[in-house]
Design a protein around this ligand. Structure first.
Ligand code: GRF
Length: 235
């Protein structure tokens, strides 16, 4: 007769990491993360999706998955600080544990608002972003056109932890894709996006599994999977 401890393989609710995802538009990275979380049975749940635009297409998809959603219109707020404060309240409401702790991780997935220093510091170490370039090259906007104009033959995407300096935090993972003759910003962005959908869920999973160690600007991953992806295949 089995007399040992009862081993429960299911994660308890308390052990589940609470993730809140912020979007602004179609939310394809959000979908990739939500899908991977369910498919790979991460010890995590998506506690909410918040959009910075009321009509964001990704909200409809998230609602259809039964995820609590909210839209905050930055134009309805007096200034950046007021918007950031309301955003933080909403994040902590959706992702809180009911005992005063906010979410374990806030995931920026195509969130097109610059966040102020106070907001970033509030979520220090638990704020992740994906940027569509190989940082530190091409921080900011119009990354694909700028990579083409600079004559780059490689472009890509970077998952990083967010610090107050825009697009400059510790790098968790990067993916490189070729820039092909004849590419324009749209075709390159589509190729990069395909790679984003691979590395972003992977990086969030590493964080959920406590496999990341931050040393200054370097992030070390323990677990055997590479922190880089070369995606030379062309559809
Ligand atoms: C992605 O390319 C992301 O890197 C950038 O904005 C785009 C968002 O796409 N910040 P989606 O909303 O995830 O489909």
């Amino acid at each position: 007769m089995f007399a040992g401890r009862v081993i429960c393989l299911a994660y308890t609710r308390a052990a589940m990491k609470r993730l809140v995802i912020l979007i602004s538009g179609r939310g394809s990275n959000m979908q990739a993360i939500v899908d991977a979380c369910a498919r790979e049975r991460w010890p995590a749940r998506i506690s909410g999706v918040i959009a910075s635009r009321p009509g964001a297409a990704g909200l409809t998809w998230a609602e259809a998955q039964g995820i609590p959603t909210c839209a905050l219109d930055h134009r309805a707020h007096a200034d950046r600080a007021a918007f950031d404060a309301e955003l933080a309240r909403t994040i902590d409401d959706l992702g809180g544990d009911g005992q005063g702790h906010g979410p374990d991780l806030v995931v920026l997935a195509g969130f097109m608002r610059i966040l102020g220093e106070a907001f970033v510091r509030r979520y220090d170490g638990r704020l992740m972003n994906i940027h569509p370039s190989l940082l530190p090259s091409f921080a900011g906007l119009h990354t694909h056109q700028r990579a083409i104009d600079a004559g780059c033959v490689l472009a890509g995407a970077t998952v990083h932890l967010v610090t107050p300096e825009l697009d400059h935090g510790p790098i968790v993972a990067q993916a490189a894709v070729p820039v092909l003759p004849g590419d324009d910003a749209a075709s390159l962005s589509e190729r990069v996006l395909g790679a984003e959908h691979v590395i972003y869920p992977r990086a969030v999973r590493w964080w959920v599994e406590d496999r990341l160690e931050v040393q200054g600007l370097r992030v070390l991953h323990s677990g055997g999977e590479p922190q880089w992806l070369f995606a030379p295949q062309v559809e």
